[in-house]
Write a protein that binds this ligand. Structure first.
Ligand SMILES: NC(=O)c1ccc[n+]([C@@H]2O[C@H](COP(=O)([O-])OP(=O)(O)OC[C@H]3O[C@@H](n4cnc5c(N)ncnc54)[C@H](OP(=O)(O)O)[C@@H]3O)[C@@H](O)[C@H]2O)c1
Length: 281
């Protein structure tokens, strides 16, 4: 008989993580998986959405049963050993203040942007802070994890096993979390801007929308695979494509004239600055 896990807040991100854990292939580390997940939301429509989501899947390969509720966080947390905190950051205080007497000593895995480990330790000392992103819904997410010193080796293993199902999992010190919030959490929006821009450049020059999008996606995916498989630094690969006096270097120089690289770096930094302010009262 495994443990019970409560998800406090199971919206966009919570459902992505729930789906990834529920549908995880049968694991050799079955004991690291919960036998039951209680998904808690604020109202009936959100709870029904989770029920419908799970109905759309087959049985969980690791035998996980999901119960979807609303308005009864205390009862759910009382039954649970592990909590995933997935409400919007501004609701964390409200939601957690009501749970102080039942949550102490339990492992809190928080995905709330801006909430630091030390702030969350006001509720329980055992905290893992995770920043992930929406591609998690399709198994292509990225998650950055930082643990409080009270999280033991077995609990770290549990967090990695569960969260790695979103895609790729990286452990970093907490000081990197604001940067990760922007780079990883907001990252898909930045890449979507790139996709949109490339797609529209094709349309502007006469390539129909569908074909322009198809080509853009393949260029992005192909380039990612090339970087991964070659193990070569991106700058080296970039210069390999630049024929002297050719089209690529001309395009790159024009982009630099418009400050594309600096704009991206400054934009990601700005996201991190806002992330750092989120948890502060
Ligand atoms: N979305 C992203 O791309 C992304 C990326 C990285 C990190 N995050 C982090 O993920 C967290 C959740 O974001 P989200 O986009 O998933 O938000 P969301 O879709 O609004 O989900 C939050 C959920 O919390 C529920 N909730 C509200 N009040 C509650 C209460 N008192 N008790 C229990 N549940 C309650 C809401 O249910 P009701 O609708 O019933 O109120 C909702 O389903 C945030 O802290 C955010 O920083 C999000």
């Amino acid at each position: 008989m495994g443990y019970t896990l409560t998800m406090l807040g199971c919206g966009v991100m919570g459902q992505a993580i729930l789906s990834a854990i529920y549908n995880a292939p049968k694991s050799e580390n079955a004991s690291l998986y919960p036998s039951k997940i209680i998904a808690c939301n604020g109202d009936a429509p959100a709870a029904n959405q989770v029920t419908d989501l799970i109905k759309g899947y087959g049985e969980s390969p690791n035998g996980i049963v999901v119960e979807s509720t609303f308005g009864d966080n205390i009862a759910a947390v009382k039954q649970s050993d592990v909590i995933i905190l997935g409400t919007k950051p501004y609701l964390v205080e409200l939601v957690m203040n009501e749970l102080t007497h039942v949550v102490k000593g339990k492992l809190i895995i928080s995905i709330a942007a801006g909430w630091t480990i030390s702030q969350l330790q006001g509720y329980s000392n055992v905290v893992s802070r995770v920043m992930t992103n929406t591609p998690a819904k399709y198994g292509y997410g990225c998650a950055v994890i930082a643990h409080s010193s009270e999280v033991n080796t077995e609990q770290k293993q549990l967090v990695s096993e569960l969260i790695s199902n979103v895609g790729v999992c990286v452990e970093l010190p907490e000081k990197n979390m604001d940067a990760a919030t922007s780079l990883v959490g907001s990252g898909p929006a930045y890449v979507l801007l790139m996709i949109e821009s490339m797609m529209e450049s094709g349309i502007k020059m006469g390539i129909p929308l569908a074909e322009s999008l198809k080509c853009t996606l393949q260029v992005l995916e192909g380039t990612v695979k090339m970087v991964e498989k070659s193990g070569t630094h991106p700058s080296v690969l970039k210069h390999q494509v630049c024929t002297p006096g050719g089209t690529t270097i001309a395009g790159l120089c024009k982009m630099e004239e418009y400050g594309v690289k600096n704009g991206i770096i400054k934009g990601v930094e700005e996201g991190a600055i806002v992330a750092a302010k989120l948890g502060k009262k």
